[in-house]
Structure formats: C-alpha cells, structure tokens
Ligand binder design. Structure first.
Ligand SMILES: C=C1C[C@]23C[C@@]1(O)CC[C@H]2[C@@]12CC[C@H](O)[C@@](C)(C(=O)O1)[C@H]2[C@@H]3C(=O)O
Ligand code: AKG
Ligand code: FE2
Length: 335
C-alpha cells in the first residue's frame, strides 16, 4: 500500500525528522563572507557576426571567464524568451502533481529526486525536488504518456537549444587549449547528458536552509536558467558571490570534467542554492556529459590527474555521496 503523507509537498520535515528537530534549527554557515562583484556578462551576438575582431573578443571573454571565474552569464544566446517561459509553465505543472504520484509513478519515479536521502545533518540536506531527464528519455516517444506530452514537446526544444549552445561553448573552450577535433566533447551522449528541472519550495523551517548543498557539477559544463527569485551563490576567491537573476541571461558554469581535461586551467566552481523563506524558486539546468566510456585524460602534461573514464567518475561521486553525504569530486583523482 502506498504511504500517505499529511504534510507539505515534498514532506521534508516529516520524513527527515532526525535532521529537522527543533534543537538542530541553526544552520551553520561558517564561511558566510559575501563578495560584491558578479560573474561576467557576455553578449554572444558577436559570435554570430561577420566582424572577426568582435568574434575574437567574444571568444576571449568566454575563455577568460572560464579560467578566472568558472561561471559566467550570456545574453543573446539564441534561446527565445517565449520557449523558456513555456518551459517554466510546464515545469510548475509537474511539480504540482501530488507527492505520492511523483514518487510512485513508474515513469516519473525514475527521474524524480527529493531531499537528500543520505544526509545526516542539516548542512548535508538539500531542500529541493528535481526531475532529472536523460536527453534520450525526452526524445523517446514511449517514455511519455499522453498526460505529459506538452511537457515532452517543450523539453525537447529546450534540450536541443541548450545542447547546441553547450556544444558551441565547449568547442570554443577546447580549441582555446589547442584541441582541433570536430566535435567536443567527443562522444557527448544522449543518455548521459540530462536536463534537470529544479524546484525549491519556500522553507520556513530555518533561515538559510540549503536548497542545494555546496557542490561542483560532475559534467563538462552546465547551462542554467534561473527564475527571478535569486538564491544561487558561487564561490570566488574564498567568498560567496550571489548570482543575481537577469531575465535575459543564461548562466554557464564549468564542471569537473572540463577542469580535469584542461589540467586545472578552467575552474569547476563550488556553488549552492539558499532556499527562500517566502517564495518557491525554479530553475532548469542542462548538463553536458560524454559517454560513460569516454576517457578524461588531461590535454596537458604533466597531468595533475590520473586518467579516468566518465563512468568511473560518476560511480565514485555516487559512492562518496552514499558514504559521506556529499561528493568529494576531482581531488579523488589527483596523481
Ligand atoms: C548529494 C549530492 C548529489 C549531487 C552531489 C551532491 O553532493 C550535491 C549536489 C548533487 C548534484 C546536483 C546536480 C547534478 O545532478 C549532480 C550529478 C551534481 O553534479 O551535483 C548531483 C550530484 C549527484 O546526484 O550525484
Ligand atoms: O538552481 C540553481 O540555481 C542551481 C542548480 C544547480 O546547481 C544544479 O542543478 O546543479
Ligand atoms: Fe550545480
């Protein structure tokens, strides 16, 4: 018999009562120094233009931001406002589905995540739910019932558009380091790349509860669209920097695989989401990943990291999360 839940959706405090007991209400933000600058804002219009000087300046801005910040924002990125608004509407609709159905529906369940099952403290807990759809699932007609057909249609468009943008940026970053292959990453893959729809319900339990605990992304790069609420922070020079919402911008962040592949030239930066006490927040993220067999050897010698496959990396992250409640990341693979 399916369990019924009385509380808010998802029932975080009910199901994780050991973490959310009164005595644990104080969140320990030990490194709460706020920086004032913001990640660079780059206009991609010049990438498409015929003016070679402007194109080169744009490429330089992208590579400089990737090595100094690991995080930047892009405008004139080619993904229409209307498509992103449509995506947001569909996203809100599926999170409104009752918790029992999100957890029990066979199709949704495989992609549904909520809270942090492995957390043993408030610091390890993410006050959020997400649907994480491998790109292959989105285009596979069979996986979506009629009920979700409008979601599927819009997700397919967003995934295609974000995948194209991610490919363009990845190629620029790879070529800047001397890579001359025709597609980067080679073997980027429809069953490893994924679209993640995030929902951060408002959290009145404790101020500054993490919507998503501090982490780096386990991919080459991520394209993110956040709503107007705010709450995303990234680390720069040991300070947390708020990434203020810009309705025209997409956020790009470098992931662990690009840092490893570039031998630490590009930076995979720690970021987190702080849940709002007043309103729900939504975001959409596209993760650019290679096939599981892809070897992430450094493109420069002497290499800082051992050679590993993406499959090995993912397994290591998963087992670290299971054992310690959080991922260790690239440092596991240092020589
Ligand atoms: C508990 C965790 C799962 C996660 C790594 C983390 O320590 C915190 C963030 C999680 C996240 C979110 C985005 C991606 O889906 C992901 C693969 C990543 O790089 O960070 C997941 C991690 C995961 O599911 O293993
Ligand atoms: O919601 C956000 O702003 C960030 C999401 C994120 O970091 C992720 O999904 O990995
Ligand atoms: Fe992330």
């Amino acid at each position: 018999m399916p369990t019924t839940y009385s509380e808010s959706d998802p029932p975080f405090t009910e199901c994780f009562s050991a973490i959310f007991s009164e005595s644990r209400k104080i969140h320990n933000h030990e490194d709460e120094v706020l920086g004032e600058s913001e990640p660079p804002l780059i206009d991609l219009e010049n990438l498409k233009g015929k003016n070679e000087k402007e194109r080169q300046a744009c490429i330089e801005a992208i590579t400089k931001a990737s090595l100094q910040w690991g995080f930047f924002q892009v405008v004139n990125h080619g993904i229409s406002h209307e498509l992103l608004a449509q995506m947001r509407r569909e996203q809100k609709k599926i999170f409104e589905i009752p918790f029992e159905k999100k957890v029990n529906s066979r199709f949704l369940n495989d992609c549904y995540r909520w809270g942090t099952p492995t957390a043993t403290s408030l610091e390890q807990f993410s006050w959020s739910e997400a649907f994480q759809f491998p790109i292959e699932t989105i285009s596979g007609e069979d996986c979506f019932s009629r009920e979700f057909s409008s979601l599927r249609e819009v997700m397919e468009k967003v995934a295609n558009a974000m995948s194209e943008l991610a490919g363009i940026l990845a190629k620029i970053l790879a070529e800047n380091l001397g890579y001359r292959g025709h597609n980067f990453p080679e073997n980027s893959n429809k069953n490893t790349c994924f679209l993640r729809l995030n929902h951060y319900p408002k959290c009145t339990f404790s101020p500054k509860t993490f919507g998503l605990t501090p982490h780096t992304d386990s991919d080459f790069l991520t394209i993110l669209h956040q709503d107007e609420v705010g709450g995303l922070h990234m680390k720069k020079d040991f300070k947390w920097v708020a990434v203020k919402p810009n309705p025209n911008a997409l956020i790009v962040n470098i992931g662990d695989l690009f840092q490893g592949w570039s031998n630490d030239i590009y930076k995979s930066v720690i970021h987190k989401v702080v849940a709002s006490e007043k309103v729900d927040r939504y975001s959409i993220a596209y993760f650019l990943c290679p096939s599981y067999e892809s070897i992430i050897g450094s493109c420069k010698e002497p290499s800082l990291y051992k050679t590993f496959t993406f499959g090995e990396y993912k397994n290591q992250v998963q087992s670290d999360v299971k054992e310690n409640g959080q991922k260790v990341g690239l440092s596991r693979f240092l020589r």
